[in-house]
Write a protein that binds this ligand. Structure first.
Ligand code: C2O
Length: 554
């Protein structure tokens, strides 16, 4: 497939008809596809030969049914990032946590309801590095159409999926990362809706374009699907009003720069009141590491073209991008947002059943024998000195359901960092009763001489959480006790600042096994993860039996 410059006409979101619960059904054929990108021919794995993959659009209350057919040579799980999966934990698609992946030539039907949540979410492969090319938007509209938005109905909607591109098979990138012990090689380009844009060494690399009308308001649905990098996003000559993050409405927040970490989404209104012309959209890396490391210094671009503007990209205006180290711009954005409080939204729980401190980071470990390209040391990542090990023979959820926990995992995940040094490799979970309220101080390890610190996007499956406070340095319960219990951000992924902390709170109102991990893929195989085990509640809050075609391991 040749990737040429194209202007995609907008589908206008004008329909406000009352919808009743429906079934939204898709088939994803996941297989290899020849592609020429960045002047290189390569084979990538995609859903339905699309990059980004198909958009799932549903209305709150609908049932989503996706038949996944695995024509790739790799085991495959697909995760519906941000979906609550109420009593459908089997469909969460976390490899070895909730299923054993759809094997090559196999298939599985994921089925779940989208209830009590609306906005921009996304889906992605959740096994090996496949999510670099297997991802797409998952958009949940309010029940009463655009009238349901807590802001004026936009004239049109523009999806912006930011990604990363490697000129080689991403599975090999991951294998190499394991052999060297040093994490994944940096990507060859950043992408905007699958295309790198025109500011790469390859001329004619392909650029996304969208045509707009003068003086209208558009809703940008921005998703950071990049594998390992936080991003800045701007559109030259235009400002944004942020209205939602991670499918949770916010108080309107005006900015000219969006900051977004892998796993997060941002919905932003943009009014096309600039002099009619051509304007670049652009994304570059926010590098939060406190010691120098290699990262992709490129810029992905796209074009916003006003209706009557000339067709020549050479006339487009480029935004001034923040510098890669601009922690001030990033901090302003991440810390200023507040949640929009509506009477129908669940309030912040006022009492806490589990008070946890989870300290995490990346450390050095001796090379393992099988790490044949390892020189000197390998990387290991941890939460509370536990380096998470994926089970090999059973998914955690199936083990819970079958009552064979002890053979597959231990329920001894510590509630605070153990005093003893040393890192333990274990499949360790934190056990919760149904309905428990959990508060976690997510503490990014403050000091590491060689590796420094960096922002880690911590993502929790199955639940939204309130972000009650954030700060730099070490969390101190006496000095840092001012929590926003009134209108905190509601998220499923929080960028915990480099060497800093965030306090989150959530109610464990859904039985199952819920992964909490760093959404930088480089850190996941290193063990920067843990799992919440939530037991059945009183009927009807019981985990149902697995679907008949559930990908088993035993
Ligand atoms: Cu978006 Cu566990 O992932």
């Amino acid at each position: 497939m040749e990737r040429a410059a194209m202007i995609v006409p907008l589908v206008l979101a004008l329909c406000t008809a009352m919808a009743s619960a429906a079934i939204v059904e898709h088939t994803f054929n996941v297989g290899g596809m020849n592609i020429s990108q960045l002047c290189t021919d390569t084979v990538i794995y995609t859903a339905n030969e699309q990059l980004p993959g198909p958009t799932i659009e549903a209305t709150e209350g609908d049932t989503v049914v996706v038949h996944v057919v695995n024509d790739s040579p790799y085991p495959l799980s697909i995760h519906w990032h941000g979906i609550f999966q109420l009593l459908s934990g089997w469909a969460d698609g976390a490899h070895m946590i909730t299923d054993c992946s759809v094997q090559p030539s196999g298939n599985f039907t994921y089925q779940f309801n989208v209830t009590a949540q609306e906005g921009t979410l996304w889906w992605h492969a959740h096994s090996s590095l496949l999510r670099a090319t297997i991802y797409g938007a998952l958009i949940i509209k309010p029940r009463n159409g655009t009238d349901g938005y807590p802001f004026p109905a936009p004239y049109g909607e523009i999806p912006i999926l930011l990604g990363e591109w490697w000129n080689k098979n991403v599975n090999d990138v991951e294998i190499d990362a394991h052999l060297t012990g040093l994490g994944q090689d940096i990507s060859d380009a950043l992408t905007l809706n699958g295309l790198p844009g025109d500011q790469t060494p390859c001329t004619g690399a392909g650029i996304y374009g969208v045509e707009v009308e003068y003086n209208k308001t558009y809703l940008l649905r921005i998703i950071n699907a990049a594998v390992n990098v936080e991003l800045f996003f701007k559109v030259a000559g235009h400002n944004f009003t942020v209205v939602a993050i991670d499918a949770s409405y916010t108080d309107p927040y005006a900015t000219d720069t969006i900051v977004i970490t892998p796993g997060q989404t941002v919905d932003a209104l943009m009014t096309t009141s600039a002099p009619p012309g051509r304007y670049y959209m652009a994304a570059n890396v926010f590098d939060s590491k406190t010691v120098p490391f290699r990262f992709n210094t490129g810029t992905a671009t796209g074009i916003v073209k006003y209706e009557d503007a000339p067709d020549d990209d050479a006339t487009a205006t480029m935004p001034t991008m923040p510098s890669h180290e601009d922690v001030v711009t990033a901090g302003n954005f991440y810390w200023s947002l507040t949640g929009l409080v509506r009477p129908s939204d669940p309030p912040v729980p006022k009492t806490v059943d589990h008070d946890m401190v989870v300290e995490f980071g990346v450390d050095q470990a001796p090379c393992a024998v099988e790490q044949t390209k390892c020189q000197g040391f390998a990387l290991v990542a941890f939460m509370n000195r536990n380096s998470f090990q994926f089970p090999r023979n059973a998914s955690l959820l199936k083990a819970l359901y079958d009552g064979v926990q002890g053979r597959v995992y231990s329920e001894d995940f510590p509630s605070s960092p153990p005093p003893l040094p040393g890192i333990r490799r274990a499949t360790s979970v934190k056990r919760l009763n149904y309905g428990d309220v959990v508060e976690v101080v997510l503490q990014s390890r403050v000091y590491s001489s060689v590796l420094g610190a960096e922002n880690h996007p911590i993502h929790l499956h199955g639940f939204n959480f309130f972000v009650l406070a954030q700060g730099l340095g070490r969390f101190d319960p006496r000095a840092n006790s001012t929590y926003n219990l009134v209108n905190p951000q509601v998220r499923n992924t929080v960028a915990v600042p480099a060497g800093g902390w965030a306090v989150i709170r959530f109610t464990a109102n859904n039985p199952g096994m819920w992964f909490m991990h760093c959404h930088l893929d480089a850190h996941l195989p290193l063990g920067l993860a843990m799992v919440f085990e939530v037991l059945d509640g009183p009927a009807p809050n019981l985990l149902p039996p697995p679907p008949v075609d559930y990908p088993k391991c035993y």
